[in-house]
Design a protein around this ligand. Structure first.
Ligand code: ADP
Length: 306
């Protein structure tokens, strides 16, 4: 028996957002809207998304001993995430400085702060969390050597899910553990590099699979997703039609939902179909964590009630 359906190992950031008429050029100062502060970071987003759906979720992350760190811990706890694995101190809380212009285009500067100090030793010290978790999910907003240590720390029967964002080439040891590797179009292109052949997502999925992961999911925004494994081949997962308001954090919600449902025994295609409903629900509201649905809201969407 596992205590947790999902352990998320990853980043937690405070997103500091200012609306501007025009994003500033070099040497320029522009005046903007009031500051809005939102809890974010891919790890924090995934943990909140899973907990909101009802998954028993734990987060292994690092925040600073400061006000933003406390804000992030509060938002995780409010969503029902177990924060026993959230380490405090060592550097300021990670921050993303975001300016958004009226067309929705943004410019972002990230200070990883404490996320960059989440070390392999922190993973080893959290061995009991790994043994208690059915599925472990991570991303690349923490050091790659920490992700490698996550792979080495997995319990024998647990499942590893990776969204390589921001994307970079991955060691074979990490690729081979992914079940699945979850990428959007941009991430697929960076991971594949020169071996990208053919313009179709089905081709990317096949070539990605040949690089070693046990399975692959390619997310395609409003077009849905596709899943690929040696046993099942490549299968399209239809998108759910919604009026998109804000796609921020949709990929994190999708990944969290997929990881959780895989742990309940669903097939990759079934779990991805559920995740597509969750991702679609997330784009119908503004923000990232604020937009994540409960299980009832995700099911209502399936029935066309949203
Ligand atoms: P990322 O945020 O990582 O770029 P995507 O934009 O591909 O990821 O979104 C992840 C998933 O969320 C998609 O596979 C899809 O299921 C769902 N989704 C995203 N945008 C929309 C949309 N406009 N309409 C319906 N579903 C969407």
């Amino acid at each position: 028996m596992y205590d947790y359906d999902l352990l998320v190992v990853g980043s937690a950031n405070a997103d500091l957002v200012i609306g501007v008429e025009r994003r500033p050029g070099a040497g320029e100062t522009v005046l903007g809207s009031d500051l809005a502060v939102h809890p974010g970071g891919k790890g924090g987003n995934q943990a909140v998304a899973a907990a909101r759906l009802g998954a028993r979720t734990a987060l292994l992350a690092r925040v600073g001993d400061d006000d933003y760190g406390r804000l992030l811990l509060d938002s995780q706890r409010a969503a029902g995430v177990d924060t026993v694995g959230v380490l405090v101190g060592g550097a300021p809380t990670g921050v993303a400085l975001i300016t958004v212009d009226p067309s929705g285009d943004n410019s972002i500067v990230v200070s990883p702060g404490a996320n960059g100090r989440l070390a392999p030793g922190d993973v080893r010290a959290a061995a009991s969390l790994f043994h208690a978790s059915r599925v472990v999910s991570t991303q690349l907003e923490i050091p790659l050597e920490t992700v490698v240590e996550v792979v080495r720390s997995l319990a024998p029967d647990s499942r590893f899910v990776l969204n390589p964002s921001p994307p970079r080439p991955l060691p074979q040891e990490v690729l081979a553990a992914c079940d699945p590797l979850i990428v959007n179009e941009h991430e697929a292109k960076v991971i594949l590099g020169d071996s990208l052949v053919g313009g179709r997502p089905e081709d990317w999925a096949r070539v990605l699979l040949a690089k070693g992961p046990r399975s692959v999911v390619v997310t395609l925004g409003a077009e849905g997703a596709l899943v690929a494994s040696a046993a099942q081949g490549v299968v399209r997962v239809p998108s759910v039609k919604v009026a998109a308001v804000d796609t921020t954090g949709a990929g994190d919600a999708f990944t969290a939902a997929l990881a959780w449902r895989l742990g309940t025994g669903e097939s990759l295609a079934e779990a991805a179909a559920y995740a597509a409903r969750v991702g679609a629900a997330a784009v119908t509201k503004a923000g990232a964590q604020e937009s994540y649905p409960t299980a009832a809201e995700a099911e209502a969407l399936e029935a066309g009630a949203l």
